[in-house]
Structure formats: structure tokens, C-alpha cells
Design a protein around this ligand. Sequence first.
Ligand SMILES: Cc1cc2nc3c(=O)[nH]c(=O)nc-3n(C[C@H](O)[C@H](O)[C@H](O)COP(=O)(O)OP(=O)(O)OC[C@H]3O[C@@H](n4cnc5c(N)ncnc54)[C@H](O)[C@@H]3O)c2cc1C
Length: 396
Amino acid sequence: MKSKSLKTQVLVIGAGVAGASLAVRLTKQGFDVLVVEKDIFPRHKLCGEFVSPECLAHFEQIGVLDSMREIGGDVIRETRFISESGRTLRVPSEWFSNGTSGALGISRAEMDYRLLRKAREEGAWVIEGQRVVSISTAKNRVQGVVVKDKSGERTGIEADLIVDATGRARVAGKLVERGTGSNKGGRSTKHIAFKAHFENVRLERGVCEIYFFRGGYGGLNYVEDGLANHCFIIETQTARQYGGDADRIVSEVIFRNKKVRKALEGARRRFDWIAVSVEKFGRQASVDPENLISIGDARAFIDPFTGSGMLMALESSELLANAIGRKDIKDAGMIKERFDADHRRAIRQRLNVCSIIRGLAFSPRLAGFVIGAGSLSGSLLERITALTRPARNISE
Ligand SMILES: Cc1cc2nc3c(=O)[nH]c(=O)nc-3n(C[C@H](O)[C@H](O)[C@H](O)COP(=O)(O)OP(=O)(O)OC[C@H]3O[C@@H](n4cnc5c(N)ncnc54)[C@H](O)[C@@H]3O)c2cc1C
């Protein structure tokens, strides 16, 4: 039974990077924004926690750059791609920032908490610890959204515009598909990812290591408090051979890569592994109702080896905030049309390039071959990596 009901101009479902940054941008423009988040922040979240240099310009625009730097994480100047045999290919962070700054290694717990705090400070109304559980539609529009807290109490919400920022879970999109019978059924999960923080890791400061192993790849970089984040993604069938036990996968599969073993042997895990399934890379299914728009991973998921998922989430919230703020755009349907076109244009090339490179990432032999060859030509490598980022001029 619904016990309460609320009304707002924009309802943002999910307070990850995409949702919280959108809330900041829209409240700054004077919109009435309600954010609903299932978790209570701060909370750990599965992620490589490599905040690429391009994100810093977004942080500056929305007024959180100093706050992010205050976290005291690592400034990452170089990413090293390491094959199983130990061959290394180096990608300087300055390639993504025109030399202005490094990437940041900071925990998602702290980063997401500070983004959401900023949204509150700007005037967004934030409800944590409540999940969206149902969505009603009529005449190609969302009529109402129902959220539920841990005690089971339900609240109905009406909004002019509803934004699905629930990440790869695509909660709003899936609820609508279920309600309209257009759900194509569950996908088989081909990949699973794990993450935990470690102390006592032997890793150079200012470096992010991306390493390859049978059936997957992982990343290691420092965050705040002297801890390192270790995050990896692996084919589900390989993970199953080890009972889905992350510690066993690390010691029996990943440690065949000697450089990773050297970095992590003797390190202590600070909390239980967080595990999530990864169903799909690239564009997600589009949603029909004209006043429901997906952003961030709910819209498109770029391969983690690019270290640019958070950037894409920030870009999508910027594009949507711009479309909503335009004076010549009058209704939700027009906002959606505009956003769809802008977003498609912004990400098409990146996703296409990643779908070609993806095969390498899950094949250690191929990755080893390319790493060996790629290290010979820095300018070619710079051009290839640029194709996985937003368009910019590459230095000749
Ligand atoms: C293995 C791996 C490593 C990665 N490493 C990196 C990296 O190093 N750098 C990088 O830039 N990107 C990385 N990414 C990608 C990055 O994590 C995502 O692109 C980014 O988090 C997307 O942000 P988002 O806001 O769209 O979604 P999310 O950050 O997933 O946020 C979604 C939010 O919605 C909330 N939510 C979910 N369901 C509900 C519901 N029913 N009701 C209310 N709220 C709900 C969730 O609790 C969450 O807070 C990685 C991804 C993976 C899988």
C-alpha cells in the first residue's frame, strides 16, 4: 500500500556518478530535482577507481574538483598494460588531458558521497535507502514511480521527467519493459567482476597497472589512506572453475602474471570482495516512454580497460542537463529526441572501437602480442587510445 506521494519536476533514479552529477547541474539551473538511491552513502562500489583526467574538467564545472582532490588519493601519471609474460606498454595520462593533469585514484565510496553531498547543497532533494520497485505507464508516458524503504513502506512519485541513472542494472528501463510485456527475458551473464581494497601492496605511486590473465584482465592503483584498489573482470565460465572464489582466482589464475603476483603477494584485503555480473558491453536497449531517459551505464557501458566509464557517465549528464536547459525545447519528448541525437553522436566511435579491441582484452596471448608490438610505436598507440575517448586534437 502506498502511504505517501510526492511530486517533482525531475526524478533521478540512482545517485552514482551520472545521477548525482545530473542533480547538481539541474539544481544549479533552478530545476526542482528529487534523487532516489537504494543505498545509504558512503558505500563501497565495484569500480577500478581510476578517475580519468577528462573527468576533472566536469568536476570543476560542477564545483567539486577541490573536494575530490581533498580525498587525498593518488595522482596517476601513467597506466601500464602488462601482458602475462611481463611485457609492458605505457600510456601517459597526459594523452587524455593535453598535459594539464593526471588521473585520480580515489575510492567510489568517498567520491560518490561527495558528489551526492554537493547535489544536496545545491538544493536537490535526496532520498537514500529506498529503491524504485515499480513504474506505471500510459499513452507512452510514465505516470508514476513507486519506491520502497527497508521497512516495506511505499511512496508514490510523479514527475515531468524521469531519469534512469541506475547503472548497468537499468532498473527503470527493465520495470517498464516488464510492465509492457516487451521484456526479452534475462541474458546469460558472460562476465563477472570483483573488487576489494588492499593494504601493503607493492606498487609504484602514480601508476595504474592493467594486467591480463586467462579469461580476463584487472587493474591495480592506489586510492586514499595508503590502500590500493584491486578490481578484475573474468569470463564467468573461468570463474566457475574456481567456485567463483575471488581469492582462489587471484592465487591460481591471476598470479600466473608474475608482476601482479609481486605486487599483491603479502597484501592484506581490507573488506570482503564485492562481486557483480556484467551482462552486456556497449549500448543498452532504448526505453519507450517519452518522459523516461537513461544516462550513464544505463544508457551505454564502455569497456573497463578504457578507464572511462565515469567519464561517459559525466558526459551523458552534461548532455542531458544541456538539453533540459534549452529555451527552445518545450517538452519531455523534445528533450529526449535532442539528448538521444547528441549522445549517439558523442559515443558512437568509442563504442565501435571498443567492440573491436574487446577480443584482445580477454585473450592473454593476443594481448601479449599487441603489447609487444604496440610498445614499438608510441604515436600509433596514442592514436588508437584517442579513438576510445571523446574527440580531441592529437598532437602531431
Ligand atoms: C570491472 C569494472 C571496472 C571499472 N573501472 C572503472 C574505472 O577504473 N574508471 C572508470 O571511469 N570507470 C570504470 N568502470 C565503469 C564505471 O564504474 C561506471 O561506468 C560508472 O559507475 C557509471 O556510473 P552510473 O552513475 O551510470 O552508474 P552507477 O555508478 O552504477 O550508479 C548507479 C546507482 O543507482 C543505484 N540504484 C540501482 N538500482 C536502484 C533502484 N532500484 N533504486 C534506486 N537506486 C538504484 C545504485 O545503488 C547506484 O548508486 C568500471 C566498471 C567495471 C564493471
